[in-house]
Design a protein around this ligand. Structure first.
Ligand code: ADP
Ligand code: ADP
Length: 228
């Protein structure tokens, strides 16, 4: 699903964020991406969503070299990736329904289809019946679930999360990870960037570790969970 070969990223200011990174995320796999603040986790995710471009090496998604992806095709790629952020990036003056519906509205789905899919997504994240609430009326954990519902509402084959539990207590963090697990169980590929090692240790998934832009172990580290 994702393949990095000797990928480096140097920002325009000269800051080296990634250095000859090699790894694969297999179809249907769930894995963690960890490392200290500044290790390059966000940069790695931004290369997958083509928010940033690699300075060297090759990033492939589903066998396609994304350096060869024209500007016109970037939105199409992003539609196939659900992105979840620490601060969930919700529109605070819009209802839960409108927030979750946004990707479907952009894609031009019909009213009826949007209602059905939003209800389904909210059901999956445990927020059924909160369509008309504004995000401010919800707890931090619930707001994060709205962000997750929005990310999964168009059923992308790949979910990327950048510190999705950063603002949550351990119990709520675990609930959120269990939620990712349900998507993984349904066949979605999931990559979760987090520096919360305690959380990672409680789950059985492969962990990719970045240290100052270098991937430790890289392709050699496998656990029992390497499907595909
Ligand atoms: P992490 O997500 O692990 O905290 P980042 O990918 O955000 O790491 O950052 C990796 C390195 O790249 C850091 O040194 C950071 O300061 C630098 N960096 C990140 N984004 C930019 C940018 N847009 N311009 C310049 N340097 C950046
Ligand atoms: P968050 O923790 O919410 O991901 P960050 O503070 O890491 O936010 O980064 C905010 C934005 O600033 C990101 O788009 C990142 O790429 C950029 N950024 C991070 N470090 C640097 C840097 N050293 N120079 C320029 N931009 C940076």
């Amino acid at each position: 699903m994702i393949h990095f070969e000797q990928v480096s990223k140097i920002y325009p200011g000269g800051q080296k964020a990634l250095s000859e990174v090699n790894f694969r995320l297999h179809q249907g796999e769930m894995a963690f991406l960890t490392g200290h603040s500044g290790a390059g986790k966000s940069t790695l995710l931004k290369l997958i969503t083509v928010i940033e471009r690699a300075s060297a090496g090759k990033v492939s998604i589903n066998g396609h070299d994304i350096a060869k992806l024209g500007k016109k095709h970037v939105p199409y790629l992003r539609r196939n990736i659900g992105m979840i952020f620490q601060n969930h990036h919700l529109l605070m003056d819009k209802s839960v329904f409108d927030n979750v519906a946004l990707p479907l509205v952009i894609e031009g789905f019909s009213h009826g289809e949007i209602r059905k899919r939003v209800a389904g997504a909210l059901d999956m994240v445990g927020l059924y019946g909160k369509e008309r609430h504004l995000p401010v009326m919800l707890s931090g954990g619930e707001q994060q679930r709205v962000g997750i519902a929005r990310a999964i509402v168009n059923k992308p084959p790949l979910l990327l999360a950048d510190e999705p539990t950063g603002n949550l207590d351990p119990k709520l963090s675990m609930d959120i990870l269990r939620l990712f697990e349900t998507f993984h169980d349904a066949g979605t590929s999931v990559l979760i960037a987090t520096h919360d090692l305690g959380l990672i240790a409680r789950m059985k998934y492969r962990t990719l570790t970045l240290r100052q832009g270098k991937m430790l172990g890289g392709d050699e580290i496998y656990t029992t969970d390497t499907q595909g």
